[in-house]
Design a protein around this ligand. Structure first.
Ligand SMILES: NC(=O)c1ccc[n+]([C@@H]2O[C@H](COP(=O)([O-])OP(=O)(O)OC[C@H]3O[C@@H](n4cnc5c(N)ncnc54)[C@H](O)[C@@H]3O)[C@@H](O)[C@H]2O)c1
Length: 414
């Protein structure tokens, strides 16, 4: 099934104009030189896909002096009133992203549609000479991911991927310390995103099911790995300083037998060089563990959450060399390396990372984006960074479907 087929039967088939059109989009758009933006200039933002995430990013952007919401595009008309309410004035609206991109006065574009459209819309905006803040993930296919990176290089435009955790001060500090050896050699990243939430949005008109619940269908979603795991994979990539080499995984529907085709749980094992590993788990019927990332090193561990980070350094390792003798516990010979107290989870104190501000990472990510646009340098959360997580999610989905380990394609050498 291709992307065009997905939309057949949907009354909101504007969901993909590209897929209904054979026009070579890039050919229509002459390369336009970016307009220089001075430090005090107003920045006009055009938004494509102001849904739940799009409006949150808009909310944060609006906190930044000089930022104006100048145009908005969505295939679902009721969004426009929601946008007007958020912005506090009427924003020019479009149902076709190409019309929005014709606007000469737009300085940057925010793209927050479902991921199947990210590459097409991003490339079109870049080709129009517009810097892009693109929500994750970078692309929905391997080709998409390659194409966006190539378009950023070709156009020389600024592109920032929506991995806002790259801009969270406590995470920046933690990864810096980890990379400097603070927990020895980091060898494993274990990430959890557990929720008690069926992920289903209420829909009062069946024709809107795929538009509202695109996350639940394989045709339009990379499932929990892509939607939730991509942030954690990005952090593992940051820790290990590379893109994953391999991925294998498992997914099933264990709880919500409601017509969805993506799994309601995912377990993925991601391989990095030198035998280093990442594990990602997501379940949706029990929020224990919640959203947290553990970085394990040879001398300690770091726990990262959405609000803080803590380093742990147990002074004693569970099993010492001298323990490799038979242990007698409560009169029973238990084995050469086993003693109940040694196997208990560490419950000692941790060292909480101190960080200066409680700013929302989305706000700091947006501030950094506008700074990059003004200074004309690619941001930290660059297209290459977006590639590293997106590509693992794309082939991870395939690995889980086919039940095998897949080698993750690397960025083509330019
Ligand atoms: N960075 C983060 O922390 C974060 C958090 C949530 C979501 N996201 C990402 O943001 C994106 C959007 O997620 P969401 O939860 O806001 O989804 P959503 O369904 O709430 O919003 C998507 C919006 O895009 C519109 N849309 C759909 N097809 C379109 C098209 N062809 N042209 C124009 N508009 C179109 C929809 O009508 C909707 O308003 C996804 O890529 C998701 O992965 C990122």
């Amino acid at each position: 099934m291709n992307r065009r087929d997905i939309l057949q039967g949907l009354s909101l088939s504007m969901l993909s104009r590209k897929l209904l059109s054979n026009e070579p989009l890039l050919a229509q758009t002459a390369k336009t030189k970016p307009k220089p933006i001075a430090a005090n200039d107003r920045i006009n933002v055009g938004v494509i896909g102001p849904g739940s995430r799009g409006r949150e990013v808009m909310r944060q952007m609006l906190r930044i002096p000089g930022v104006e919401m100048a145009a908005v595009c969505d295939v679902y008309e009721p969004r426009f009133a929601e946008v007007n309410e958020l912005v506090g004035k009427k924003v020019m609206s479009y149902k076709d992203y190409r019309e929005l991109l014709e606007r000469k006065d737009l300085d940057v574009i925010l793209i927050a549609t479902p991921p199947i459209f990210h590459s097409e819309y991003t490339i079109a905006a870049l080709e129009k000479g517009k810097p892009v803040y693109g929500e994750k993930t970078l692309g929905f296919t391997v080709q998409d991911c390659n194409d966006v990176v190539a378009a950023v290089k070709r156009t020389g435009q600024i592109f920032q991927i929506g991995h806002q955790l790259r801009y969270a001060s406590w995470i920046q500090q933690s990864i810096k310390r980890v990379r400097q050896g603070d927990i020895g050699v980091p060898t494993h990243v274990y990430a959890y995103w557990h929720r008690a939430d069926d992920w289903r949005r209420p829909v009062n008109d069946p024709k809107l099911e795929h538009l509202f619940n695109w996350r639940l269908y394989n045709e339009t979603s990379g499932g929990l790995l892509e939607e939730l795991g991509s942030h954690a994979i990005d952090i593992a990539n940051w820790v290990f300083g590379e893109t994953p080499e391999t991925i294998m995984g498992s997914t099933s529907i264990a709880v919500y037998h409601d017509g969805r085709t993506v799994g309601d749980n995912v377990q993925a094992v991601i391989g990095y060089s030198k035998g280093r590993r990442m594990f990602f788990s997501s379940i949706t019927d029990n929020a224990m563990m919640a959203d947290q990332i553990w970085i394990y090193g040879t001398e300690g561990s770091a726990q990262i959450t959405l609000q803080d980070a803590t380093f742990y350094r147990p002074t004693q390792k569970t099993v010492t060399a001298s323990s490799h003798t038979d242990i007698v516990e409560r009169g029973v010979k238990t084995g050469a390396s086993y003693k109940t107290s040694w196997e208990m989870p560490y419950r000692g104190p941790g060292e909480r990372v101190q960080f200066p501000s409680g700013d929302d990472p989305t706000l700091t990510a947006c501030q950094a984006f506008f700074q990059s646009v003004r200074d004309k340098h690619q941001p930290v959360a660059s297209a290459e960074v977006g590639f590293g997580s997106a590509i693992a999610c794309v082939v991870g989905k395939q690995a889980m479907t086919e039940g095998r380990t897949i080698t993750v394609p690397q960025l083509p050498k330019s």
